[in-house]
Design a protein around this ligand. Structure first.
Ligand SMILES: Cc1ncc(C[n+]2csc(CCOP(=O)(O)OP(=O)(O)O)c2C)c(N)n1
Length: 638
């Protein structure tokens, strides 16, 4: 590694240097705040040999040094400045000695220090990355996760994979300290997660590191979005670089459809008797606004991912749904999974792809298994696939529509939109009425039915700005019918790759996004999922996040219980012992106490359904005050 012995102090390097030529080191008595109360100051001007604390540190018994050399501008300050310039608001990390230089800069550099980004204390690397995953889904932009060496990356691996599969941008830095424990370092650190990161680098100089951070950010946010990783050696974090400047940041250009396609698509939308727009996941809230604008301009019915995942079309917009007439003569897909265009409604129908179906997006590049994004296409596309970013392409189509639309077409659009609006409104009302009837089943039962949690929460949050950040499919998914998902962040959807250990940390990430916005985050938390890394509850308390967790405590990994029950049935052995290895009994876990142990206000277990509503009310009020709250509810399996 290229390093300057004059400006860089590694742990062992320091000791060696001190032993052979301490006088060569320029010192200042420094950083009073870093000195422990029981440590005597080093006299000014004297060159230190290795201090007790440095020796202790090298032996693994670490104490902060009493003095440090005159570092006027550590490389890590510039790295933090680079991250600031990218507009990153939070950096989550479980402590790691391989990035101590960086961490010190994150918390002390800047005015005010520890803001934009703020250092968020995670208790597990998996939680740090999943926080970033949830944050990006809520906010439409990445935050940073900082990981310690080989072991930190491995702890984070599942969540990196999950964000990759979910096409969510996460910027990651891993520290690499070759002078420290050999097992924590590697020649190719990023190799451990390369199959499921989009881009990585291990820069050799501070200058290269700054450029690498900018590039990693751009790669992460360029569709198809994904996590990226920069491995930064501890030596260059500590290097003194008085004359270096942060290079000017250049945002990436996203690929769009060309102007000919934009013109043709606009023409087709306007010429169609009944056009349709299938809106898949867009990247940012702004993309959602543009999709609404286009649908309204051309009077097209739309589908939405509002109830399955983030960043799509408002669920109760009057153009959202099958509309008055489901014979569509032109379909435009925006980031839809395949050329089929799905209709949202009481009976999910599917429109076969035709030649009059066009899709803009990277759908075919997604998933498809381990590292599948790199190799090729996940699904065949029957319509015309335009491989470009739908969100960045929308303004081009909108411009074309505005230029081309005639007054005749305008009145036809208005007429059609009014018909669709009536039909969709009626369909929305009917679906809600039917759902309310169905959800009454088991209303007074104990354990408590999952529908009652969602039904009783809704009146408490409907007039708030809220975000459901946890996946809801394991708790019945009742939000889909009972709640209105009209914001890009209303519901953040599933884990990405079905990995458990996601709900709480993703909600904490979403709550970071919510904190400055007077928004509350709801986490309907399954018990098996929470037990992977519950320490994230402490993070929520420590950072005063507006998050309400309601335990869907069915006292089991019920999904797995059902699989075992089924298998035992198929084999004719009965399900009597299916609880072995798939239930959380003997003893039951007390989640209110668990939360209290992490300092979180909590109550429960509640098994009397008549006590639920008042508890939820207390929980919402607490979350609104920025005091996260946990309610343990003993529930039906689903
Ligand atoms: C990391 C990980 N390990 C194992 C699984 C397999 N798995 C799928 S569902 C499930 C049970 C989840 O239990 P819980 O979160 O309590 O939800 P429930 O099924 O009880 O509603 C498990 C273990 C997984 N998806 N992810």
């Amino acid at each position: 590694m290229a390093k300057s012995p004059k400006t860089s102090v590694g742990r062992r390097g320091f000791l060696k240097g001190a032993a052979t030529g301490a006088a060569a080191l320029v010192t200042t008595p420094i950083v009073e705040a870093q000195r422990r109360p029981n440590e005597a100051p080093t006299p000014a001007g004297s060159a230190p040999g290795p201090t007790d604390s440095q020796l202790a540190r090298d032996a693994g018994n670490v104490r902060p040094p009493a003095t440090v050399r005159a570092i006027t501008r550590p490389g890590s300050d510039l790295m933090v400045q680079t991250v600031k310039d990218l507009g990153i608001e939070y950096a989550a990390a479980n402590p790691g000695s391989s990035f101590e230089g960086l961490q010190e800069s994150f918390i002390n550099y800047g005015n005010p220090p520890n803001r934009m980004p703020e250092w968020i204390t995670a208790l597990h690397e998996e939680s740090a990355v999943t926080m970033a995953h949830g944050y990006a889904k809520a906010e439409g932009k990445p935050m940073l996760a900082v990981l310690h060496g080989t072991i930190g990356i491995q702890h984070a691996a599942m969540s990196i994979y999950q964000a990759y599969y979910d096409r969510v941008p996460v910027l990651m830095i891993a520290g690499n300290d070759p002078d420290f424990i050999p097992a924590h370092t590697a020649h190719d650190m990023a190799g451990m997660v390369r199959s499921y990161t989009k881009w990585d680098a291990e820069p050799k100089t501070v200058e290269e590191a700054l450029v690498a951070l900018q590039r990693a950010y751009n790669e992460a946010i360029t569709p198809p979005m994904a996590p990226t990783l920069v491995v930064i050696n501890s030596e260059i974090q500590k290097e003194n670089v008085p004359n270096l400047q942060v290079p000017a940041y250049k945002p990436p250009q996203f690929s769009t459809i060309d102007s000919t396609h934009a013109r043709e698509i606009a023409k087709s939308l306007l010429a169609a008797q009944n056009p349709r727009i299938a809106v898949g996941r867009l990247r940012t809230p702004e993309g959602v606004n543009r999709a609404v604008e286009l649908a309204e301009l051309v009077g097209a019915c739309t589908s939405t991912t509002a109830t399955t995942g983030p960043m799509s079309f408002p669920q109760r917009h009057l153009l959202c749904g099958p509309g008055a007439d489901t014979t569509y003569d032109y379909s435009l897909g925006l980031e839809t999974p395949a050329a089929q265009v799905y209709i949202q409604g009481p009976n999910l129908a599917k429109v076969a792809a035709t030649r009059d179906t066009e899709n803009i997006g990277f759908a075919g590049l997604n998933g498809g298994g381990f590292g599948g994004n790199r190799a090729g296409r996940g699904r065949a596309s029957a319509g015309t696939l335009l491989e470009a970013d739908a969100e960045a392409s929308l303004p081009l189509i909108i411009d074309q529509v505005k230029q081309q639309i005639t007054s005749d077409q305008k009145s036809r659009v208005q007429e059609r939109a009014a018909k669709h609006a009536r039909a969709n409104h009626d369909a929305h009302v009917t679906a809600l009425e039917q759902a309310i009837e169905v959800k009454k089943a088991g209303w007074n039962g104990s354990p408590i039915c999952t529908a009652r949690i969602y039904a009783e929460l809704w009146p408490l949050i409907m007039n708030e700005d809220w975000c459901l950040a946890s996946p809801s499919n394991f708790s019945g998914g009742h939000n889909v019918q009972l709640w209105e998902h009209n914001k890009p962040y209303s519901y953040l959807g599933g884990q990405g790759a079905g990995g458990m250990g996601y709900g709480a940390p993703a909600s904490v990430g979403a709550a970071l996004a919510a904190k400055a916005r007077n928004r509350i985050v709801v986490n309907v938390q399954t018990d098996g999922d929470l037990n992977y890394a519950p320490g994230v509850l402490w993070t929520a308390v420590h950072h005063k996040l507006p998050m309400l967790s309601v335990m869907h405590n069915n006292r089991a990994w019920h999904q797995e219980y059902m699989f075992i029950e089924y298998m035992a049935g198929v084999r004719g052995r009965g399900a009597n012992r299916a609880e072995i290895g798939s239930t959380l009994r003997d003893p039951f876990i007390d989640y209110a106490k668990m939360a209290a142990g992490y300092g979180m206000a909590s109550e429960g277990p509640i098994s009397d359904p008549t006590k639920l509503s008042a508890a939820l009310k207390r929980g919402v009020a607490s979350a609104k005050r920025g005091e996260p709250y946990m309610i343990d509810v003993i529930t039906q399996p689903r």
